[in-house]
Design a protein around this ligand. Structure first.
Ligand code: PMP
Length: 437
């Protein structure tokens, strides 16, 4: 529907037989292609490209103003409040969460952080390396258990200082009811961080006023998953989080005064952004937010949901398919994980690319504990994989849609999946060499 918005949409790619076909990108959960207007805006803005907060020249002033005004645009996109929140520009979601994990040291102290079994490693490892962490369980379909969440909050009796949870899973696309979860967390005195990497590009988000029981305290997301380039992301948090102490990185731009003996730090967000910032990244992000807003996040969410529903209805009829999905289409973003019985996930992913020009991702998607749950793999079994490099790794094939994917592309996928499923032996033999390389 929105193909004309996407840069490089008509790229042809070679198949194994040398024939060139249009590239079908079903790997948007990893990275989306940029909007045409994002590339154009970067190009146009480049004539004003100059240092941010570090020069008195006209271009420097334009650049600094754009950079600062961008914070309100970002807040506006997720309905934050500039009196209360600060927007810190970072590299990506991973950096945002790492930064927050470092800056909450005083607040969390020897309290508990609750994470969940469905997190991306970027929303798990930063916490477990610094705090006592416990994990909210998922049910047999991979949905987060709110009962277990409440059980843990009760069990720790006010000691949980932070609940950190993904807005949508990057493996199954399951949406978590973040407002309900926020309300439960606040009831027990915990704050909530939403990992918005897979949520913000696909679904409307509302951080809600801070006196609302369902408000979101912290959110993080990445521009490269929302039609802008790599290297720019966002952490939104209460300003007060950064009053005390200083960032894990310090240096130029973070201080008011330095003497050989003393340092007086800048206010947030400046004190959190050491070094010359990524202006063109911010320019790109703001343009992508503008386009997403002009289409409307509800419309995007509805369109992607219909495409996902269409795909699920067809993919479930492919012989030997194993779907990791509870088919609750109203409560997921446009991500589908599957396997074909008897075929290694990597083989399927390679065939899709080499015989259909279809890009997907396979493996564990930086969410190993979740994959272990979904595939029902015991810790003992996991140890075997650790010890034997030659064992085929557990994982799934993942397709993930962006707003520009369409029904015709899904039809090509389904046809090829049927072909693979009906000819599993042939494909296993044909692509055996790929497995051993
Ligand atoms: N969280 C989730 C849910 C993700 O899907 C990803 C990216 N796959 C990340 C965090 C990390 O994002 P980035 O690589 O942009 O830091």
């Amino acid at each position: 529907m929105y193909k004309n918005l996407i840069y490089g949409i008509n790229t042809l790619v070679p198949l194994a037989n040398g024939i060139e076909v249009p590239y079908i990108n079903f790997d948007n959960a990893a990275t989306t292609p940029p909007f045409v207007s994002v590339i154009e805006t970067i190009n146009n803005f480049s004539q004003y490209y100059s240092s941010v907060h570090r020069g008195t020249g006209y271009k420097s002033i334009i650049s600094s103003q754009f950079y600062e005004n961008a914070r309100d645009e970002v807040l506006n996109f997720v309905k934050g409040n500039n009196k209360y929140h600060t927007v810190i520009f970072v590299k990506n979601t991973t950096e945002a969460i790492n930064k927050l994990s470092y800056r909450l040291k005083d607040e969390i102290g020897d309290g508990i952080v609750l994470s969940t079994y469905m997190e991306h490693h970027s929303n798990d490892l930063p916490w477990r390396s610094k705090y006592k962490v416990d994990y909210v369980q998922v049910d047999k379909n991979g949905r987060l258990s709110l009962d277990h969440l409440e059980y843990l909050l009760k069990k720790y009796n006010g000691k949980v200082k932070l609940l950190t949870v993904t807005g949508a899973s990057n493996v199954t696309g399951y949406l978590n009811p973040i407002y309900k979860i926020a309300q439960i967390a606040h009831k027990y005195g915990s704050k909530i961080l939403v990992d918005g990497a897979q949520l913000v590009p696909h679904h409307p988000v509302d951080m809600k006023p801070i006196d609302h029981p369902e408000h979101i305290d912290y959110i993080a997301f990445s521009a490269h998953k929302m039609y802008a380039p790599f290297g720019i992301g966002v952490l939104i948090a209460p300003k007060a989080t950064f009053n005390k102490g200083h960032s894990e990185y310090v240096g130029g731009g973070t201080i008011k005064l330095v003497t050989p003996q003393d340092v007086i730090w800048e206010e947030p967000p400046q004190k959190e952004e050491a070094g010359t910032p990524n202006l063109l990244g911010v320019v790109a992000l703001i343009e992508s937010l503008k386009i997403l807003k002009s289409i409307g996040m509800n419309k995007i969410s509805n369109y992607e949901r219909e495409l996902t529903k269409y795909t699920l209805e067809r993919i479930k009829k492919v012989p030997h398919i194993i779907l990791y999905d509870d088919m609750d289409i109203m409560n997921k973003v446009s991500i589908i994980s599957f396997n074909i019985e008897g075929l290694y996930h990597e083989t399927v992913a390679n065939i899709l690319s080499l015989e259909g020009g279809i890009a997907v991702r396979n493996g564990c998607f930086c969410a190993q504990p979740y994959i272990q749950k979904l595939l029902n793999i015991s810790i003992e079994e996991m140890k075997k994989y650790k010890q034997d490099e030659n064992l085929l790794r557990p994982g799934t094939v993942r397709i993930s849609f962006g707003l520009y994917n369409d029904y015709q592309e899904v039809n090509i996928l389904i046809e090829l999946l049927n072909q693979i499923a009906y000819n599993r032996k042939k494909y296993n033999l044909k692509y055996k060499t790929l497995l051993s390389t």
